[in-house]
Design a protein around this ligand. Structure first.
Ligand code: AMP
Length: 210
């Protein structure tokens, strides 16, 4: 089994969902910078207050803040835990910082067309408490507007509204897309189609990972 996996792909490509399944079914520790930042925002911490202005307009939070945050989390984990990184790295500078700290065994790129991304993101609903994600049509909660796992009321992330999503996609193209070539050059990139049934995508993810 690959120990350190980076999930790549545009916003809405399924990194959170597949990362969650890797964690649940194969015991990976999922480290999601997006979840960490949303928690910090909700708790009103200094990091959350700083991150908010970038997140709300679909821009990236500055590298220094993100790298410090992630390095702290990696240190807390200790040796040997298999980790799936979801939403990190998003820039070459972040990828270099990660590579200095751990060996990245696999960069798994989820490939999804733009039109589908817009649909997925604008129909996405999230749990503020346990960070579970749903899609109103393809992966709906059992009870409308309530999280299956913890019962909390679901919400639509501000940055999942269409206007902000367009900025996130542009940010992805400019800053994060170069990471595909970055990991390809290092020989550990694998691209899989991120469309279709969630379980079938997970089978392909497992094929790449195991
Ligand atoms: P996500 O949930 O991964 O889509 O992240 C939501 C937002 O958090 C992004 O649009 C960025 O504003 C911010 N963010 C998450 N991860 C990073 C990162 N690695 N670098 C910079 N900003 C990030």
């Amino acid at each position: 089994m690959k120990t350190n996996i980076v999930l790549l792909g545009p916003p809405g490509s399924g990194k959170g969902t597949q990362g969650e399944m890797l964690s649940r079914e194969l015991g990976y520790v999922r480290l999601s910078t997006g979840d960490m930042l949303r928690e910090a925002k909700r708790d009103g911490t200094p990091l959350g207050l700083q991150a908010k202005e970038y997140m709300d307009c679909g821009a990236l939070v500055p590298n220094e803040l993100i790298i410090d945050l992630m390095m702290e989390r990696i240190e807390e984990l200790g040796e040997g835990a298999p980790v799936v990184f979801d939403g990190f790295p998003r820039t070459v500078e972040q990828a270099d910082a990660l590579g200095d700290e751990v060996d990245v065994d696999l960069a798994l790129n989820l490939d999804v067309d733009d039109a589908e991304l817009v649909n997925r993101v604008t129909r996405r609903r999230s749990c503020p408490k346990c960070n579970a994600v749903y899609h109103l049509d393809f992966n709906p909660p059992a009870k409308p507007d309530a999280c299956d796992k913890c019962g909390s009321a679901l919400y639509q992330r501000d940055d999942d509204k269409e206007a902000t999503f367009v900025n996130r996609l542009a940010t992805y193209r400019e800053n994060t897309l170069p990471l595909i070539e970055y990991y390809e050059r290092r020989g550990n990139l694998r691209t899989i189609k991120g469309t279709g049934d969630i379980g079938e995508i997970f089978e392909k993810v497992k094929d790449a990972v195991l």
